[in-house]
Design a protein around this ligand. Structure first.
Ligand code: UD2
Length: 320
C-alpha cells in the first residue's frame, strides 16, 4: 500500500477499531499520537504498541487538547465518538457535544494545522431503514437516531471542509465491524462479540426477532486497510464511501456457524425483535473499489477464525 504519511493522529485510538488502526500505522513506520478519553476505549487495547506511540488521555470537546494532539500530524483518523446508539437516544444533547462539536473541533484543528488528509468514521446507520438493497452512497440519508444524525452531520462537515477550506476529507460508512477486542459486555455490543462469548462460555444466546434479519459483517483489519487507502487516495476527498463486504449473513446462520465452530450444542432462545431493528443491510462496495482501490481481503471464515482465537484466549474478558 502506498501510505507515505509519517505522522498520524488517531482519535479514539484506544477503542476497538482505533487500536487496530494504530497498530497498523505503527507497523507502516508512522509516528502515532492517540487521543482518547478512555470512556469506552481501554488502554490495554494498545498494549502491543504503547511504547511506540504518544498517548494523550483527553477529550475532543476541548479545542486546546485537540490542538495539542494534532500538532505536526500529516493525517488524522477521527474515530472518537459516543458509539452506542441507545446512549445517543438517552442523551441526544450530551452525545451531540462529542459527536458533532468534537468532530467540528477536529476539522477546525486540521484546517489550522494544514493537515494533508482527514478520514472520518461514519456508519451505515445513516441509511436508516431505506429498503433498497444493496445500500449505495447515492441513496438519500435517512437518519433515525441521534447517532445517525450525528454521523451524517460529521459527513457534511467532512465534505464542507474539503470543498470550502481545502482540507482533504473523506467519510467512511462502516457496516457491521467485528474482530478481536470488540467488547461484548453490553447487550448492544456487536452481535458477533456477544455470540462468540456465549459460545466459548457455553451459554445460551438470544436472537431478537425470527433471526432472518441479515447484516454485512466486515473484519476489523479490512476496515483498517480501507482507512489507510482512503487517507492516501487523492480522489477520495469530499466523498462518503461504504466500507463493507458486499455480502450478508442472517443472524440464524451466524449462530449456526459460531456454535458449530466451537462445538456448542446450545439452541438459541428467541425474543421479540428490538425496536428500530432493520431487516437487511448489505453494502454496495463499488465506490470503495473505484475511488480507493478497496476490496475486502478477509473471507467471513477467515475473519471469524481470527476472532475466535481471541475470544477463546480471553474468555474471561469483561471489557476492562
Ligand atoms: C449496527 C451498529 C450500530 C448502528 C446500527 C445502524 C454494531 C455493533 N452496531 O447495529 O452502531 O450503526 O448498525 O443500523 O455494529 N442481535 C441478536 N442477539 C444479540 C445481539 C444482536 O439477535 O444478542 C441481532 C440484532 O437484533 C440485530 C443483529 O443481531 O438484528 C445485529 O445487531 P448488532 O447490535 O450487532 O448491530 P446492528 O446492525 O443492530
Amino acid at each position: 500500500m502506498a501510505f507515505d504519511y509519517k505522522r498520524a493522529l488517531v482519535t479514539g485510538g484506544a477503542g476497538f477499531i482505533g487500536s487496530h488502526l494504530t497498530e497498523a500505522l505503527v507497523a507502516e513506520g508512522c509516528r502515532v499520537v492517540v487521543l482518547d478519553n478512555l470512556t469506552s476505549g481501554h488502554l490495554a487495547n494498545l498494549d502491543a504498541v504503547i511504547d511506540q506511540i504518544d498517548f494523550i488521555q483527553g477529550d475532543i470537546r476541548d479545542p486546546q487538547t485537540v490542538s495539542k494532539a494534532i500538532k505536526d500530524s500529516e493525517v488524522v483518523f477521527h474515530l472518537a465518538a459516543v458509539v452506542s446508539v441507545p446512549q445517543t437516544v438517552e442523551q441526544p444533547v450530551e452525545s451531540a457535544m462529542v459527536n458533532d462539536m468534537g468532530t467540528l473541533n477536529i476539522f477546525e484543528a486540521a484546517r489550522d494545522n494544514r493537515v494533508g488528509s482527514v478520514v472520518f468514521a461514519s456508519s451505515s446507520a445513516v441509511y436508516g431503514d431505506d429498503p433498497e438493497l444493496p445500500k449505495h452512497e447515492a441513496l438519500k440519508p435517512k437518519p433515525l437516531s441521534p447517532y445517525a444524525v450525528q454521523k451524517i452531520t460529521g459527513e457534511y462537515y467532512a465534505h464542507m471542509y474539503n470543498d470550502l477550506y481545502g482540507v482533504k476529507s473523506t467519510a467512511l460508512r462502516f457496516f457491521n465491524v467485528y474482530g478481536p477486542r470488540q467488547d461484548p459486555s453490553s447487550p448492544y455490543s456487536g452481535v458477533i462479540s456477544i455470540f462468540m462469548q456465549k459460545a466459548v462460555t457455553g451459554s445460551q444466546p438470544t436472537i431478537f426477532g425470527d433471526g432472518t434479519q441479515s447484516r454485512d459483517f466486515i473484519y476489523v483489519k479490512d476496515v483498517v486497510r480501507a482507512n489507510m487507502l482512503a487517507a492516501a487516495a487523492p480522489a477520495a476527498g469530499g466523498t462518503s464511501i461504504n466500507v463493507g463486504t458486499g455480502k450478508s449473513v442472517s443472524i440464524n446462520r451466524l449462530w449456526e456457524i459460531i456454535s458449530q465452530t466451537n462445538g456448542s450444542k446450545e439452541q438459541p432462545q428467541y425474543a421479540p425483535p428490538r425496536s428500530g431493528d432493520i431487516h437487511a443491510s448489505v453494502a454496495d462496495i463499488s465506490l470503495a473499489k473505484s475511488l480507493i482501490g478497496f476490496s475486502p481481503e478477509y473471507t467471513f471464515d477467515k475473519g471469524l477464525g481470527q476472532t475466535f482465537k481471541w475470544y477463546r484466549k480471553s474468555s474471561t474478558y469483561s471489557g476492562a
